[in-house]
Design a protein around this ligand. Structure first.
Ligand code: GH3
Ligand code: MG
Ligand code: MG
Ligand code: MG
Length: 299
């Protein structure tokens, strides 16, 4: 799959309409088709979709209901929707925008115009994605930043809550990093941060696991559907990766090599808690790891 190529989902109960739209778009985009709202929801949950072209009149779940559901779920609320319908009254169109659609195309629109409008929206989506990627990336290390982490935590928390699933978190802090900066200089410090970020990220084997720079010399990892034992294995891999880097710390007089301390927390989200509880628990583990001598993890 070409990662630059965008994906459009056509949702229409009429085979003819699906085929017509598909023929207009398949040269430039990946095109998925669904014949019902329910099928569309399944496809949207299973893969990234850049744009949904949504028919309104459908049996079972109509297009408006699907749009309502997408916009009310934090996991899917950013999916862009364009209604494509035979309903051409001003009121229908205004209702479509009120539901959160970014455009409304009536089915009597010339095919070339449909194509042009879809292209225009997808171009804007591409630019939005670029900006989002930029604003979610830590400038020094190139890994996701705190903003990205906070958003992801919100989404994965909802997801785990709904599925009654476990969520694990690691809070990682470089040991004696102030001494490192004082002994080797700030530039070397930055270089060390980049290497440690790479070692943390390389320890994650599942694409759903997220690592981010949480603060100055702190990193955080979020792992959905992961029990404590799985989180421990990742913490061990992170420490092994950092050991292998063999970054000298001798000049500081407090340690031979750069090491990290890790706090581990696992919980099953509950409506009574806020996602911050998970981080608070990991932070408590980190605090204990520091107190017990550093270069270790504590649950
Ligand atoms: P501990 O083992 O208890 O964690 O000790 P520490 O020295 O690592 O902890 P402390 O919080 O006192 O120091 C963190 C240091 O991280 C201080 C700060 O100068 C450094 N730091 C934070 N952000 C950056 C950065 O972007 N680049 C560099 N070079 N240093 C940074
Ligand atoms: Mg229809
Ligand atoms: Mg710190
Ligand atoms: Mg530190």
């Amino acid at each position: 799959m070409d990662p630059e190529k965008q994906t459009v989902l056509i949702v229409d109960d009429m085979k003819f309409s699906r085929h017509l739209l598909k023929s207009l778009l398949e040269d430039d985009y990946y095109v998925l088709c669904a014949s019902s709202g329910r099928q569309a929801l399944e496809l949207i949950m299973a893969q990234p979709v850049d744009l949904v072209l949504l028919d309104i009149i459908m049996p079972d779940m109509d297009g408006r209901e699907l749009c309502r559901q997408l916009k009310s779920d934090p996991v899917t609320q950013d999916v862009a929707v364009i209604f494509i319908s035979v309903k051409d009254e001003t009121e229908d169109q205004m209702q479509g925008f009120a539901l959160g659609a970014i455009d409304y195309i009536t089915k009597n629109t010339a095919p070339a115009v449909v194509q042009a409008r879809v292209r225009c929206h997808l171009e804007l989506k591409k630019q939005r994605d670029r900006l989002a990627k930029w604003s979610f990336t830590d400038a020094l290390t190139g890994i996701p930043n705190r903003r990205y982490f906070d958003e992801t935590l919100g989404k994965l928390w909802c997801y785990a809550l709904r599925n009654q699933d476990l969520l694990s978190c690691l809070l990682i802090d470089i040991d004696f990093f102030k001494n490192y900066n004082d002994s080797y200089g700030h530039m070397e410090g930055d270089h060390c941060l980049k290497k440690v970020a790479g070692a943390v990220q390389a320890a994650l084997l599942r694409p759903i696991d997220t690592a981010a720079r949480y603060g100055g010399e702190e990193f955080i990892v979020l792992m959905p559907s992961t029990p404590c034992a799985g989180a421990v294995r990742v913490a061990e891999r992170i420490q092994a990766n950092i050991r292998e880097l063999r970054i000298e710390h001798r000049l500081s007089g407090v340690s031979n090599l750069v090491t990290v301390s890790i706090g581990i927390a696992t919980l099953k989200p509950d409506r009574r808690y806020d996602p911050a509880v998970l981080i608070k628990r990991a932070d408590f583990g980190l605090y204990k790891a520091k107190n017990e001598g550093r270069n270790r993890f504590v649950i």
